[in-house]
Design a protein around this ligand. Structure first.
Ligand code: HEM
Length: 129
């Protein structure tokens, strides 16, 4: 659903800092909270403090209820146009090739050990018999 909303840059969000036109960013989403300012149980001042900014930390610090989070749905106006640094590449931890070659190496080592042991045994047999 949120995909259909427009994308705004941080600079665009910053332009909405007045009580009558108040935007803020929460978890990379842009909310217009003007209609809610007077109803906010935490008061109007805290919302004005984060006007046009990313308020995610402040919002989460308060530990808002699920009810508060549901209110956000109706206030959503768009998504934050993220800077390239926001994209975190998923680290590839598994290295199947390396694992395979390690296993193969172990197999070769064991095989070589038995061949060497057989040769030593054969040499000893020849020496003593
Ligand atoms: C649009 C965003 C926000 C919504 C919809 C919202 C909604 C609410 C709601 C419903 C409550 C009542 C308690 C609860 O249900 O958790 C509440 C309390 C509170 N909010 Fe927000 N809030 C928003 C943003 C913020 C921000 C950005 C701050 C801080 C900078 C903030 C600070 C507080 C505080 C301090 C209380 C506690 C009030 C008290 O218990 O006396 N809120 N908020």
């Amino acid at each position: 659903m949120s995909e259909t909303k427009p994308y705004y840059t941080l600079d665009e969000v910053k332009e909405h800092q007045t009580k009558k036109d108040l935007w803020m960013i929460l978890h990379d989403k842009v909310y217009s909270v003007s209609s809610f300012v007077d109803e906010h149980p935490g008061g109007e001042e805290v919302l004005m403090d984060v006007a046009g900014q990313d308020a995610t930390e402040a919002f989460e610090d308060v530990g808002h209820s699920d009810e508060a989070r549901e209110l956000l749905v109706g206030l959503l106006v768009g998504n934050l146009k993220s800077s390239s640094s926001d994209k975190k590449p998923t680290a590839k931890v598994s290295t199947p090739t390396a694992g395979k070659s390690a296993a193969t190496d172990a197999g070769v080592t064991i095989y070589a050990f038995f061949v060497a042991a057989a040769l030593v045994a054969f040499g000893a047999y020849k020496f003593y018999v």
